[in-house]
Write a protein that binds this ligand. Structure first.
Ligand SMILES: [Zn+2]
Length: 291
């Protein structure tokens, strides 16, 4: 079991930049998930290790309107990045860990980090890529090339890049969705885009900013997608230096899920990962997609 609290706490203290602003369509973050934030506890209450029902069966035939109606009157009591029902690590066979990279999309966030992605391809390193709908729509052919590569699994990183709340809860000052219907829309808009792109529905979901309330977690699961968090904050919302990325990845343990970003080519993410990943492989780690 990875110690999520320790790995986050140390890394967030190292972050420097704050999320810069909001897009006109609402909810978009400038930097991406896991940008450094005030050193408050990430969730409203304690999250005991080992109780997350991460692999409980998901819905197979979701009806979005029915899911939105089912949760319309529910009031959330918890908010955070590691609530029950969100997977933050994987059941490791030996020294396995899962790399995840987010493409957040939106103004100034529609690029691809070619150095990073080409390195993964050349080194045959598998990864799970969380794509926002705006990032896909900015260059559908680019997304299709990633979809055609069996090294990668493409996952849902939301439609407008919103923290996922039924009551407008914010993360990093970014207002979240405000109702069960908005939660459904945030998931389902990109669910449909990815289903068309992939020929099958996406299996995994991560919100913009990686924050959820517990009602939203249930909604994502009822829509047939597994909510995903992380245990290693590898690039602080693409704000870390290459050295900070290496320090973060040095904390990888068997079963870790790392989060970093693939839409900021000028960030320290690629130079850090290009050193950290071979180092982990030399230590015997095997990189796997989310199982
Ligand atoms: Zn993001």
């Amino acid at each position: 079991m990875v110690d999520n609290t320790l790995s986050r706490r140390g890394l967030l203290a190292a972050g420097a930049a704050l999320v810069a602003g909001l897009a006109s369509s609402g909810c978009a973050a400038a930097q991406g998930d896991s940008a450094p934030h005030p050193p408050t506890a990430p969730s409203a209450g304690p999250t005991p290790a080992g109780i997350v029902p991460a692999r409980a069966p998901l819905a197979h035939t979701a009806i979005p309107e029915a899911v939105a109606a089912q949760y319309a009157a529910q009031q959330p009591t918890r908010w955070g990045m590691d609530l029950p029902g969100i997977i933050t690590d994987i059941p490791a066979q030996g020294k396995q860990m899962a790399l995840t990279f987010d493409a957040c999309g939106g103004p100034d966030n529609d690029e691809i980090n070619d150095v990073l992605v080409n390195f993964l391809i050349q080194q045959r390193i598998p990864a799970t890529l969380f794509l926002n709908k705006r990032w896909i729509d900015a260059d559908p052919a680019r997304a299709a090339r990633l979809a055609a590569n069996p090294q990668f699994e493409l996952a849902n990183h939301g439609t407008r890049h919103c923290p996922l709340s039924v009551s407008g809860h914010a993360a990093y000052g970014i207002p979240g969705t405000t109702s069960s219907q908005q939660v459904v829309d945030e998931v389902w808009g990109n669910h449909e885009t990815l289903t068309t792109l992939l020929g099958h529905p996406p299996r995994f979901f991560r919100t913009g900013t990686a924050h959820y309330d517990e009602v939203a977690v249930s909604i994502v699961r009822d829509l047939g997608e597994q909510p995903v968090g992380f245990s290693i904050n590898a690039d602080g919302g693409a704000t870390f230096s290459a050295g900070q990325v290496q320090q973060a990845m040095a904390k990888v343990e068997p079963g870790s899920i790392s989060i970093a970003h693939m839409h900021r080519p000028k960030s320290g993410t690629a130079p850090g990962m290009l050193i950290a990943l071979p180092r982990l492989r030399d230590q015997g780690y095997e990189f796997v997609k989310l199982p």
